[in-house]
Design a binder for this molecule. Structure first.
Ligand SMILES: CC(C)(COP(=O)(O)OP(=O)(O)OC[C@H]1O[C@@H](n2cnc3c(N)ncnc32)[C@H](O)[C@@H]1OP(=O)(O)O)[C@@H](O)C(=O)NCCC(=O)NCCS
Length: 188
């Protein structure tokens, strides 16, 4: 299993993965192109994929450097509660690992490598919208392990995203997002 930088040639396989693991239609091919472009700054690609020896995508960690994002998929962000301004804050867009590989630390490995890259391009903090109802509470648990803290809850955060959530099965998605923040410069 390897972790590598996202490349344009991966996008078709990434779409197959996100449709099956996040929900059909969550990301369009157009959005994945947009993610690819937003993820790179000063030649550093901050979005990563987990690939098996056959080239199959089994995990994605999409992340945007500071200055290259405005909001998540839904509405709700409280920058006034963050220790660093938006201009110095990265965004953790999506992390998914194939269900057969969950609970083995791959999500943490993908995220730590992404945080290193985000630090190289000037991030002093990272924010994300955690999926409160994720299976086994895996979303909040991996974020707490990395040091993220909860900022705010947004019920029905994904209600306007037209996709078949794997939990709700059809739109509108009823799930809640938890805004969580990681201070990368606590000790400097
Ligand atoms: C969230 C996710 C990417 C984390 O990646 P991962 O490789 O599973 O991460 P970890 O191995 O560190 O596991 C995270 C936690 O989930 C729990 N977990 C994950 N899969 C589990 C399973 N099948 N059974 C029981 N617990 C499980 C682990 O116990 C672990 O918590 P702990 O270390 O406190 O015990 C992955 O579990 C996943 O894809 N989940 C569904 C999608 C999701 O919620 N994505 C985040 C959206 S914001």
């Amino acid at each position: 299993m390897i972790i590598k930088a996202l490349q344009r040639e991966d996008l078709a396989a990434v779409r197959v993965f996100t449709d099956s693991q996040i929900g059909a239609g969550y990301y369009s091919t157009f959005e994945l192109e947009d993610i690819l472009q937003r993820s790179e700054k000063n030649g550093v690609m901050c979005s990563l994929v987990l690939q098996n020896p056959d080239g199959q995508i089994l995990g994605v960690r999409f992340s945007y450097p500071p200055g290259q994002w405005e909001h998540g998929k839904g509405m709700g962000l409280e920058p006034q509660k963050w220790p660093h301004p938006m201009a110095e804050t990265a965004y953790f867009q999506s992390l998914f690992v194939s269900d057969s590989l969950r609970g083995q630390g791959w999500g943490g490995r993908l995220s730590r490598q992404a945080l290193e890259r985000l630090g190289e391009v000037g991030a002093r903090g990272a924010v994300c919208h955690s999926w409160k109802e994720s299976p086994h509470n895996s979303s909040t648990r991996y974020l707490l392990k990395l040091g993220f803290i909860s900022i705010a809850d947004y019920p029905l955060y994904w209600k306007d995203v037209h996709y078949n959530c794997t939990r709700c099965l059809k739109p509108p998605c009823q799930c809640t997002a938890v805004e969580m923040y990681l201070n990368l410069k606590r000790h400097s």
